[in-house]
Ligand binder design. Structure first.
Ligand SMILES: Nc1ncnc2c1ncn2[C@@H]1O[C@H](COP(=O)(O)OP(=O)(O)OP(=O)(O)O)[C@@H](O)[C@H]1O
Length: 307
């Protein structure tokens, strides 16, 4: 695996604030989509700003394409396309004019800039609205132009900070398609979100963050497998519960029933059906439950991801 981005023991504290990033390390393979998943305040935006060189780190090292970013200075901006959470566009200008402005900031000029603007507008599906004022756009369309602006200079790494918050489904789909297109083109994508379904859909690998620390990281299957076994959910009328039946599994009350987690869900189901058939209890629900990022997060932090 060729590493595009590497963070080694990175720390960041805002003035008089708490430790926003607290010893974070992870590696992102070239051409992959890496998800940063965590609740509000976990440190996702801060990590992204550190990578884009917008704020300096306190300790540790960030390496982009085998070069420490501390040594890259102006060249960092050439390699990274950073899309902040906030929309940063001129509402009174049209999309083309906005992109022209950003393109010039990246040092693009003349015919090449015009070609790049046309291409990124096509990539975000807004060529036909290019001459309309951005002020007349929906939130999702503005977000797509913000992403287009970060692609103008053909960066090797694109950093997207919660790009789907508060946008319409059509824009969301466009953004997903765009990311898939970037991956095909060998561009590395760092994607932050607090929607676990987005990570499951888009990302090859992920890091779960909480209070500025990585609490789990790796490929999706790996993370799910490492932290959760599969489980069986059961609802039974007038039953004292499955605790006595499963000495070696974890049992907890959930909803109107119980969740039994162990190394073999099939074995749990087998034993459960045997016992319930014998006792003649009325079974309301009996199902296999695959581990999800949500369940991993609850297990690791004791809180739901969207709290
Ligand atoms: N400019 C700042 N000054 C002081 N503290 C800050 C600043 N920006 C962020 N923080 C604090 O740093 C911590 C991490 O915030 P950060 O914005 O990186 O988290 P996040 O995971 O991106 O959250 P969100 O999803 O809300 O954007 C939080 O405790 C936040 O309050």
């Amino acid at each position: 695996m060729k590493v595009a981005l590497q963070l080694d023991n990175v720390f960041k504290q805002y003035k008089a604030g708490k430790q926003a990033v607290n010893g974070v390390s992870f590696r992102v393979a070239e051409g992959s989509c890496f998800g940063l998943l965590g609740p509000n305040g976990a440190g996702k935006s801060t990590i992204m700003k550190l990578i884009a060189g917008i704020i300096p780190l306190d300790q540790g090292e960030i390496t982009l394409l085998e070069r420490p970013i501390a040594q890259m200075r102006g060249r960092l901006g050439q390699s990274v396309g950073y899309v902040p959470q906030e929309i940063t566009l001129y509402e009174s200008l049209n999309a083309w004019q906005n992109l022209h402005f950003f393109g010039k900031m990246y040092g693009l000029r003349g015919k090449h800039l015009q070609e790049r603007i046309a291409l990124v507008l096509e990539q975000v599906g807004l060529s036909e609205r290019a001459r309309d004022k951005v002020g007349s756009y929906s939130g999702g369309m503005k977000r797509r132009i913000n992403i287009a602006a970060a692609l103008l200079h053909e960066p090797k790494l694109v950093v997207l900070d919660e790009p789907t918050v508060g946008i319409d489904p059509q824009s969301r789909n466009h953004i997903f398609e765009l990311i898939r297109g970037m991956q095909k083109a060998g561009i590395t994508v760092l994607y932050s979100t607090h929607y676990m379904e987005e990570v499951e859909l888009l990302c090859d690998e992920l890091a779960i963050l909480d209070h500025g620390r990585v609490i789990a990281a790796g490929e999706l299957r790996e993370v799910l497998g490492q932290h959760m076994g599969s489980a069986v959910y059961v609802e039974v009328d007038n039953w004292q519960g499955p605790e006595q039946l499963f000495a070696n599994a974890k049992v907890r009350a959930e909803g109107n029933g119980w969740l039994i987690e162990g190394s073999s869900a099939l074995q749990i189901m087998h034993e459960l059906t045997g016992a319930l058939l014998q006792s003649g209890h009325q079974v309301r629900a009996l199902e296999l439950q695959q581990p999800t990022l949500e369940s991993v997060f609850i297990k690791l932090t004791g809180a739901a991801l969207r709290d």
